[in-house]
Design a protein around this ligand. Structure first.
Ligand SMILES: Cc1cc2nc3c(=O)[nH]c(=O)nc-3n(C[C@H](O)[C@H](O)[C@H](O)COP(=O)(O)OP(=O)(O)OC[C@H]3O[C@@H](n4cnc5c(N)ncnc54)[C@H](O)[C@@H]3O)c2cc1C
Length: 355
């Protein structure tokens, strides 16, 4: 059902779902193009970068900058050009009729001529016993947010990519020892991060548990994580080889567990719009060279940042895509205005010839 005039809070030329680097970069450009962007922040205002204290690779900051500060600067910059940034989680988008209807989780309804999906990706979990009970009680997906709660405890980090390396490295600030659990022999992370972790291994601050997976978390909400059950196999991926005699199961005492095992794109609210998603539910944008790279297969819906990009997933690349999306949306909105004007002119001409 399309929102009717009675329950629509407001109409905007452009609504941006997400206030991470992609959404805010889009808002800066869309504001400067007079498209009055309304940005909904989602449940993680500022996005993933707010979870990190140190961003050393964002161009323009020779000494680095903290994630929250970078996001705050972008927010102010977007607001300077007329963007409005509001609390709100987009629940659904209806695309059968134009303008689009955008429904928020709190029940508010907006309409928009164009939408930029910049909703990023959320941390993945393992789906093992103990997880639901202990999430937030010793189990976390954000070392920067929760690391300091576990001073002088043994901390386990699960994963083998950049995020796992960064989190393991960061958690050495607090932990008595960090145990990095990875299901394979080789890490996927950049050499830069592997080298930093290896330095900490040499210093005795990190221990690596290769070819090992966590299968259960034990503890309670009152006491937090007490220990975990692990399986290991010399050739890796032990949970695929539970019946193999070389697979070993053992318990291990830890005070906290941090998952760093990748992300799931936030595309649920786009279901039913007709946009195409890939096998992992990342939004598919046109890509290629030339204009309209961020267009989805629904005219008027554009995608930017980690919600589209399962490969680069960096702040600067997300920002770049946000800029492209704002420019593509601006072209679309200009074309829409031209079409509306032409339709109005031809209506007047028809009315005059009828007279
Ligand atoms: C711990 C950590 C450290 C990192 N360090 C670096 C680094 O040093 N350098 C670097 O380049 N990259 C780093 N990254 C990666 C970088 O943060 C991401 O690539 C970047 O933030 C992606 O930006 P984005 O705007 O696409 O998505 P996100 O940052 O994920 O933002 C998504 C936004 O969408 C919102 N949202 C989600 N669903 C909805 C919805 N339904 N309705 C409305 N809004 C919604 C969220 O609330 C959020 O505001 C790091 C990531 C993490 C987790």
């Amino acid at each position: 059902m399309t929102g009717n005039a009675d329950d629509v809070v407001e109409h905007r030329p452009l609504i941006v779902a997400g206030s991470g680097i992609a959404g805010l970069s889009a808002a800066i450009y869309a504001g400067r193009s007079n498209n009055e962007p309304l940005v909904f922040e989602g449940d993680e205002p500022g996005g993933q970068l707010t979870l990190t204290t140190e961003v050393d690779n964002y161009p323009g900051f020779p000494e680095g900058i903290s994630g929250p500060e970078l996001v705050q600067n972008m927010k102010k910059q977007a607001e300077r050009f007329g963007a409005e940034i509001k609390n709100g989680i987009v629940d659904s988008v209806e695309a059968e009729e134009r303008p689009f209807t955008v429904r928020l989780k709190n029940g508010d309804v907006y309409t928009a001529d164009a939408i930029i999906a910049a909703s990023g990706a959320s941390a993945r979990t393992l789906g093992i016993p103990g997880e639901d009970d202990l999430m937030g009680y010793g189990l976390s997906t954000c070392a920067t947010c929760d690391g300091a709660f576990f001073r002088d405890e043994k901390i386990m980090v699960v994963g083998g990519g950049d995020a796992a390396m960064e989190e393991a490295n960061f958690l050495t600030k607090f932990a008595s020892t960090v145990y990095l659990v990875h299901r394979r022999e080789e890490f996927r992370a950049e050499d830069y991060w592997i080298d930093r972790v290896m330095e900490k291994v040499d210093e005795g601050e990190i221990e690596i548990m290769r070819n090992t997976e966590v299968t259960e978390l034990h503890g309670s909400k009152e006491e937090g994580v007490d220990h975990v059950t692990l399986v290991s196999h010399p050739e890796g991926h032990p949970t695929d080889k539970l019946d193999d005699p070389d697979t070993e199961e053992f318990d291990f005492d830890v005070g906290a567990v941090f998952y760093a095992i990748g992300h799931t794109p936030n595309t649920g609210y786009l279901e039913g719009t007709g946009v195409e998603l890939d096998d992992e539910n990342y939004l598919i944008a046109q890509g290629g060279s030339g204009g309209n790279q961020t267009a989805t297969d629904v005219p008027g819906i554009f995608g930017a940042g980690d919600v589209v990009d399962s490969h680069y997933q960096q702040a600067a690349t997300a920002g770049g895509m946000g800029v492209k999306a704002a420019l593509d949306a601006d072209d679309y909105l200009e074309e829409l205005k031209r079409e509306e004007k032409a339709a109005a002119t031809s209506e007047v001409a028809t009315a005059e010839s009828d007279d």
